[in-house]
Ligand binder design. Structure first.
Ligand code: GLV
Length: 332
């Protein structure tokens, strides 16, 4: 009976939206790989185990088995594969050009991640400005307020958002309540309704005017290390930097140096260049706020993300179109 159904390749685990996932079984047969690493995965695919799959669903952590979805991996997948539905906003684990060359349409999960990530982003800004981490570390060591410098109020400070997308805009909504003045830089200026009062500035102006810089842009070849030594030198002394996007948009070595010199007063990080490895210069610095990639680490958000990704699968199977194709493939 199942032979008439379309096939979905499951890369990763279903953790929240079980009922929705089970409902997909009415329209699709689920193929679960046995591979434990990339070499085994490629071999399994070449053996024909994934033949005829139309769609693949993948999670962020499935990279531990498949590795990056790049030319080598995509070439080993069956030609029947037309849709790759990624569960996550950032899809830097996928090479969009390789997928396009092999006629694989890719979707991600925008919007559903915005509020939870912006909540964490705000927590990091306030914590870094107010030296909360240092105070908390000292308290646990029995050193009540020892060597904890006075912090700074967010009110009246200039927040420079690099990448005013969904998360950046959700952050602005939150920082408006703290009377922060928001300036932003994107490759293209947004429409006034999306700007919602944020001031559009050039990249260098954002670096030089901001009291707090928030990195909210995707990681790709154009944004890797977009913040490094030269950019730090253009910032105000004592600037605060927060990153909930991807670690590699900022050069971590350069950040550690900028913290040591005092150029950067403090930072708040949810993401790191080599997760789960964290730079020792960050780990040993009690003034910085460090969180282990928890931007969407909430029941409700994780469920909403799965549902969004499954909507993409359902749409691909029933209409031949994705609900949220990645921008690189718009019009494919
Ligand atoms: O990091 C989380 C995501 O990309 O959704």
């Amino acid at each position: 009976m199942s032979c008439n159904k379309k096939k979905i390749l499951l890369l990763g685990e279903i953790t929240h939206a079980h009922a929705y996932w089970n409902s997909l079984k009415d329209i699709a047969e689920i193929i679960v790989p046995k591979a434990r690493d990339r070499a085994e995965f490629i071999e399994e695919s070449k053996s024909g185990a994934f033949d005829d799959v139309l769609c693949a669903y993948r999670t962020f952590s499935s990279e531990a088995i498949t590795g990056r979805i790049d030319e080598e991996l995509v070439s080993a997948l069956p030609k029947s594969l037309e849709f790759l539905c990624h569960n996550g906003a950032g899809y830097d684990q996928i090479d969009p050009e390789a997928c396009t060359r092999h006629n694989i349409q890719v979707s991600n999960v925008p919007t559903a991640v915005d509020d939870a990530t912006a909540d964490l982003n705000l927590f990091l800004i306030i914590g870094a400005l107010r030296n909360f981490n240092k105070g908390m570390v000292q308290l646990r060591q029995g050193n009540w307020l020892k060597d904890v410098p006075l912090g700074h109020d967010p009110e009246g400070k200039i927040l420079g958002v690099l990448g005013l997308g969904g998360i950046g805009r959700a952050l602005k909504k939150r920082t408006d309540a703290f009377d922060m003045k928001v300036i932003y830089h994107n490759r293209k200026r947004l429409s006034p309704d999306l700007e919602n009062g944020a001031e559009y500035v050039g990249f260098d102006e954002l670096l030089s005017r901001s009291d707090v810089i928030s990195l909210n842009l995707p990681l790709n070849s154009a944004t890797r290390h977009i913040i490094s030594t030269k950019e730090f030198s253009k910032m105000k002394d004592g600037v605060v930097i927060v990153n909930t996007a991807r670690g590699a948009v900022m050069d971590e070595d350069a950040l550690v140096q900028a913290l040591a010199s005092g150029k950067v007063r403090s930072c708040g990080l949810d993401v790191y260049e080599e997760e789960p490895i964290v730079h020792p210069g960050l780990l040993s610095n009690p003034s910085v706020m460090l969180v282990p990639h928890m931007g969407t680490h909430c029941h409700e958000t994780r469920k909403a993300m799965e549902c969004w990704a499954f909507d993409n699968l359902r749409s691909a199977i029933s209409t031949g179109k994705l609900k949220s194709p990645i921008p690189e493939q718009a019009g494919m």
